[in-house]
Design a binder for this molecule. Structure first.
Ligand code: C5P
Ligand code: MG
Length: 180
């Protein structure tokens, strides 16, 4: 049997996680994506938390990769204590759950569907911000933007996939075998 075998899961050292989210947009609200405040956004996300639809899908992708449920199970949107919360806390929690089980994210791909404003100028900043949260180099976080072609001008929709790899158990060298 492999070290790190988890009952109920196959023993492959790779897993894929996927997440999807949507928020309604309204005037007079913040639009935060991947921990970055989008400047001059006419519309922002209606949400119980800060409404960061990028961080929500990243967290859900991390959890789904290991079949750990979804963020609603850890941060119910009915709980008063999570009102207006910084969604970075959600990702940190999901990442901790993954790491506790001996897994790490390898790379992340995020798609944001939003008609306005254009987000291209924020791509590098969003990638850096998400990467920092996951302790990944920015080049391991791909961020794509799409419009809804006018079909959903009052929504922001997000999707993310993440590849998870299982850390191999560290084996100490026996005395006198290739050691110092
Ligand atoms: O949705 P569509 O394919 O027409 O988007 C064209 C391009 O506009 C995208 O490939 C993306 O680079 C950019 N875009 C953006 N910000 C958005 C939506 C799209 O920068 N909010
Ligand atoms: Mg959300």
């Amino acid at each position: 049997m492999w070290a790190g075998y988890t009952p109920g899961m196959s023993s492959w050292p790779f897993r894929v996680g996927f997440g999807e989210d949507a928020h309604r947009l309204e005037a007079g609200r913040r639009l935060v994506l991947g921990g970055v405040d989008v400047p001059h956004a006419a519309l922002g996300a209606v949400a119980h938390s800060d409404g960061d639809a990028v961080l929500h899908v990243v967290a859900d992708a991390l959890l789904s990769g290991l079949a750990l449920g979804d963020i609603g199970g850890y941060f119910p949107d009915t709980a008063e204590q999570w009102r207006g919360m910084d969604s970075r806390v959600i990702v940190e929690r999901a990442l901790a759950l993954v790491r506790e089980r001996g897994w790490v994210p390898v790379n992340v791909a995020v798609v944001v569907t939003l008609d306005r404003p254009k987000l291209g100028p924020l791509r590098a900043e969003i990638a850096r911000s998400v990467a920092a949260l996951l302790s990944l180099p920015p080049g391991d976080v791909g961020v794509s933007f799409k419009t809804s072609e006018g079909l959903a001008p009052l929504h922001v929709q997000t999707r993310a996939t993440v590849l998870l790899a299982r850390l191999l158990a560290r084996v100490e060298a026996a005395p006198g075998v290739g050691g110092e």
